[in-house]
Design a protein around this ligand. Structure first.
Ligand SMILES: Nc1nc2c(ncn2[C@@H]2O[C@H](COP(=O)(O)OP(=O)(O)OP(=O)(O)O)[C@@H](O)[C@H]2O)c(=O)[nH]1
Ligand SMILES: [Mg+2]
Length: 179
């Protein structure tokens, strides 16, 4: 293989991003994927295994792994940790009573060494259902998960408010992932 071919292949590889979408059941992960694809978001059923979606964004091709978040499925999450470029963690911002569960599960995921150093995007989803308190929620998440120790914001992690139903914030999330 000539040098130019090697460089070209490497460039193509750099543009392929493997993205793992995780979060509790009902957080809105699959709806976010539908929104990205511009497909109807109504009448989705809980994801029982996983679904891979390939989508191009700018110069990049994102391979998004959408994995079911139900309790019984969480022990399988670690099967998807290899060679990740980014982890997207989706939180239902309208369900504050589940925040403890959210923190516990994400904390466990972040302990896994295969996730260390991987870009982390936290999406506070369903903001169309929330009228107040989003800024407080954002600060709480940053504090509880000690995100500042994860590395510099913008570079290593980001937190974005979004709605898979209205589409708000989704583009911004994809931009950050591919930046
Ligand atoms: N209002 C509102 N509802 C949303 C939003 N995103 C998702 N939903 C609803 O939340 C419910 C769950 O959405 P899913 O996308 O299936 O959730 P999931 O995270 O994929 O769930 P699992 O596959 O079980 O892990 C559905 O009824 C969606 O319509 C949002 O931004 N706003
Ligand atoms: Mg799903």
């Amino acid at each position: 293989m000539g040098l130019l071919t090697v460089i070209r292949k490497q460039k193509m590889k750099d543009r392929e991003l493997r993205v793992l979408l995780l979060g509790l059941d009902n957080a809105g992960k699959s709806t976010i994927v539908k929104r990205i694809l511009n497909q109807p978001t109504a009448s989705l059923t809980p994801t029982m295994g996983f679904e891979i979606t390939s989508v191009s964004f700018g110069e990049h091709n994102l391979n998004i792994w959408d994995v079911g978040g139900q309790q019984t499925l969480r022990s399988f999450w670690f099967n998807y940790f290899d060679q990740l470029d980014a982890l997207v963690w989706v939180i239902d911002a309208s369900q504050l009573d589940r925040l403890h569960e959210v923190f516990r599960e994400l904390y466990t995921v972040l302990q896994n060494e295969r996730v260390h150093g991987v870009k982390l995007l936290i999406l506070l989803n369903k903001i169309d259902l929330v009228n107040t308190g989003l800024e407080d929620l954002t600060s709480t998440v940053i504090k509880e998960l000690e995100l500042d120790s994860y590395g510099p914001r913008e570079e290593k992690w980001q937190i974005i408010q979004c709605s898979a139903i209205t589409g708000e914030g989704i583009h911004q999330g994809l931009e950050w992932l591919t930046s």
